[in-house]
Design a protein around this ligand. Structure first.
Ligand SMILES: Nc1ncnc2c1ncn2[C@@H]1O[C@H](COP(=O)(O)OP(=O)(O)OP(=O)(O)O)[C@@H](O)[C@H]1O
Length: 255
């Protein structure tokens, strides 16, 4: 679980996060949504320990990050997995080498132990024959699965995904969403996903935090989002005619 209390961040006197309080539950897919420039990336970088907030606290399973020693902060960061926008695989490494990279960097495991773990996570993301392929030789969806395998290879307690569906067709995007949700539940991970994808909001939005101009303007579940009359949320989520119709049908069905 990650608990965020009154988080504030400014750059050159301009406040970008204006006092965010929320929490992200274990075993759930937690989504951060909001318009471009609303502060999603800065928020996620604070959660990753890459940006130091000016005020407020972030508490990871009971441990307040700013109160930890540098060594404890380093240990905590090793409990975090990250799926970057665009996958961010090393082009010159094979799939297996990409996935093994964190184990090689941060553990003292033997080659065979690391290989076993790589086999296990690649199998978990349904990539059994891709070990020796290079990123350029596999599809975007497969690259994303490699990125997920690499993010979970260290058995993280926290998983952060930045726009995990960018560049994928809608069908593949749903497969990736479902895979992230399954893994989150299976390993009881606290997963936080930064997304623009309304399909993800509807499919896997177990907790949604909506940011607007650096504030938390709304939070709730994908079921709540159908019912809310918060204008900022409805303007954002239902900017598409299709989603307006889906919402209308949902509300009619309930009445
Ligand atoms: N290092 C920085 N220095 C100064 N300003 C920054 C820095 N990082 C972000 N900002 C500003 O903070 C605001 C929020 O940016 P952020 O990248 O978090 O938005 P976002 O919601 O992730 O947008 P997008 O959806 O387009 O990625 C923007 O006005 C941006 O210019």
């Amino acid at each position: 679980m990650i608990e965020v209390d009154n988080l504030k961040k400014s750059f050159s006197g301009v406040e970008v996060l204006k006092g965010i309080t929320t929490c992200f539950d274990k075993g759930k897919t937690n989504l951060i949504i909001g318009q471009s420039g609303s502060g999603k990336t800065v928020f996620m970088k604070c959660l990753l320990g890459l940006i130091t907030p000016n005020e407020g606290t972030i508490c990871y399973n009971g441990k307040v990050y700013s109160e930890l020693s540098p060594a404890e902060q380093r240990d905590l960061r090793q409990e975090m997995g990250m799926v970057f926008q665009g996958s961010a695989l090393f082009d010159s490494m094979t799939v297996a080498q990409n996935v093994m990279f964190p184990l090689d960097m941060f553990t003292k495991q033997s080659q065979s132990e690391m290989m076993d773990r790589v086999d296990f996570v690649l199998e978990r993301v349904n990539l059994i024959d891709a070990h020796n392929k290079y990123p350029a030789e596999i599809s975007g969806g497969m690259q994303k699965r490699v990125a997920i395998a690499r993010a979970i290879v260290m058995n993280p307690k926290y998983l952060f995904c930045d726009e995990p569906n960018s560049g994928l067709d809608p069908k593949t995007a749903i497969l990736i969403d479902n895979l992230i949700q399954e893994i989150t539940r299976e390993y009881d991970i606290t997963t936080v996903i930064n997304t623009h994808d309304m399909n993800s909001v509807m499919e896997i939005g177990e907790k949604i935090v909506f940011l607007k101009d650096g504030y938390k303007a709304w939070e709730g579940t994908n079921k709540d989002i159908f019912k809310t009359d918060n204008e900022a949320v409805t303007n954002f989520v239902y900017s598409s005619e299709l989603f307006k119709k889906v919402r209308q049908m949902y509300l009619e069905e309930r009445n």
